[in-house]
Design a protein around this ligand. Structure first.
Ligand code: ZN
Ligand code: ZN
Length: 322
């Protein structure tokens, strides 16, 4: 029997699509059953907490990633609540419980987020004591730098900063986070990085340089100061979340979602999903409603309307379930 050539071509195209499809798209958003499994067994919780980690209307499943998005490029398997507990994460205790923020280099007025506001946000988000350290002059440290060939701007090597931070960790520090308006790179082969952390050593560094539209030669809108603060708060919540041992979230739209580009980090929400809220609450043991109220107050002060509305709806949902 002779195979019909057209059919054979169809078959080859079909095979190509299967093979190409497997390589191009190997992350599928988890179904509801898997998401609930990630939150874990709520029956083991005290009565007062049981209703607070339900999926509810406030939390949306993670969307399918597009080419170039984090999960498209790095199909991670996710960390359930149980995985988190089994990983024996760093947990604040009576000796080590303070989050330190260390500004590196200058924070020019009008082009930087307010350090006071960042401190306030981290304190509300993690329900923890936060101390802002004095500004550190980068010229005093021997840090490796380079000029980025695309932006023609100076960048600092993150690993040098992390080594410096490790030597400066105070006894009561849960973690020490350097923040800077300088652009960063983690390795010679990378174009740039928004931030990098060493989780076991409780240090990290984050740059807000690329949160200013002017960095890309774009015009700053009239709300650009709010935009810089909004983006900077979000990256701090994400990166300090890692310090608590929380890995990238693959279950819901969540501040712990990985991000490959600015558009993707802008699209992820400011809040943490029920899986990661349960992890953080286990770690810090805060009152969930009180935490939401503090966040709402902060968002109101900053004019972050979308976030104010989200917390308001979430609080309504919690009170309805009680
Ligand atoms: Zn991350
Ligand atoms: Zn999450």
């Amino acid at each position: 029997m002779v195979t019909h050539p057209v059919k054979r071509i169809d078959f080859i195209i079909f095979l190509f699509l299967i093979i190409f499809g497997c390589f191009a798209m190997n992350f599928t958003p988890p179904e509801k059953e898997e998401r609930l499994k990630a939150i874990g067994n709520l029956n083991e919780l005290p009565e007062s907490l049981k209703g607070l980690f339900k999926e509810g209307e406030s939390f949306k499943p993670i969307p399918f990633p597009n080419p170039g998005d984090w999960l498209y490029e790095h199909p991670e398997s996710g960390q359930t609540y149980k995985d988190y507990i089994n990983s024996n994460p760093n947990k604040p205790d009576s000796k080590r419980n303070k989050i330190y923020l260390k500004p590196l280099g200058s924070f020019p007025e009008g082009a930087s987020p307010s350090l006071g506001k960042l401190k306030e946000y981290v304190s509300a988000f993690f329900s923890s004591e936060v101390e802002l350290l004095p500004l550190f002059d980068i010229k005093d440290a021997k840090l490796t730098t380079r000029i980025n060939p695309y932006t023609e701007r100076q960048q600092i090597l993150t690993t040098d900063i992390l080594n410096l931070l490790k030597k400066n960790l105070l006894d009561d520090a849960f973690c020490l986070m350097a923040i800077t308006m300088e652009d960063l790179y983690p390795h010679q082969t990378w174009n740039f990085v928004f931030g990098q952390a060493s989780l076991r050593e409780r240090v990290g560094v984050y740059s807000f340089a690329r949160y200013d539209p002017a960095f890309y030669g774009k015009e700053r809108g009239k709300d650009y100061k709010k935009l810089i603060l909004w983006r900077s708060c979000k990256v701090l919540a994400h990166e300090i979340g890692h310090q608590f041992g929380i890995e990238h979230c693959i279950f819901y739209g969540c501040v712990m979602n990985g991000s490959n580009h600015l558009q993707e980090s802008d699209a992820r929400p400011h809040h943490i999903c029920p899986v990661d809220l349960r992890k953080l609450q286990y770690s810090v043991e805060f009152d969930i409603v009180e935490r939401y109220k503090k966040l709402q107050q902060f968002y109101e002060e900053c004019g972050f309307e979308k976030e104010v509305n989200w917390v308001r709806e979430r609080l309504k949902e919690i009170l309805k379930n009680e």
